[in-house]
Design a protein around this ligand. Structure first.
Ligand SMILES: [Cu+2]
Length: 167
């Protein structure tokens, strides 16, 4: 087999190119514009049981633009729900259900908390409203995947000292 003779300059250039491709790929997955939502807004209703000291379900996922109703049932004592970022709240008396309706027009991940001081662990009574996909996480995972894949593919060329190369 014939090995093509390589100069140190060739190898350096090739290495530089690989680094450039890798860095561009990482920048791409971190910065590529988000696709526009393709789903039609829907009417979504969630029944959330509030009891000392949690919400069930604790995570509510909707699409941007959805018209969302949160029915909060206070199971054991008075509880409420306050949605961060939207600044909305409602309070339910023991055994009662109170509801809150809003259009999820802000994308992102928001905490919701109990709106009534209901006991010692009240500050930890927290849930999450997610509007749209978790792009931060998706981009992070994609960037990690690029690094791992290129690490596997180029492992011995990215960090090799060209001076040691035999042609
Ligand atoms: Cu509470």
């Amino acid at each position: 087999m014939a090995h093509r003779p390589r100069t140190r300059g060739d190898l350096l250039a090739r290495q530089a190119l690989r680094w450039a491709v890798l860095l561009s790929a990482i920048l791409f997955v971190l910065l590529v514009p988000l696709p526009r939502p393709t789903t039609e807004p829907e009417e979504r209703t969630f029944h959330i049981k509030a009891s000392q000291f949690s919400f069930d379900p604790g995570v509510v996922v909707v699409n941007p633009g959805d018209r969302v109703t949160l029915e909060v049932e206070a199971v054991d004592m008075v509880h409420g729900i306050y949605v961060d970022g939207y600044g909305l709240s409602v309070t339910a008396d023991p055994g009662q259900t109170a509801s809150l309706t809003f259009v999820a027009d802000r994308a992102g991940s928001f905490r919701f908390r109990c709106a009534v001081a209901c006991g010692d662990l009240h500050p930890f009574m927290i849930g999450r409203l997610r509007v749209g996909p978790n792009w931060l996480l998706i981009r992070g995972v994609a960037a990690m995947a690029v690094v791992i894949v290129s690490g596997l593919v180029f492992a011995n060329s990215l960090f090799r000292r060209p001076g040691l190369e035999r042609g």
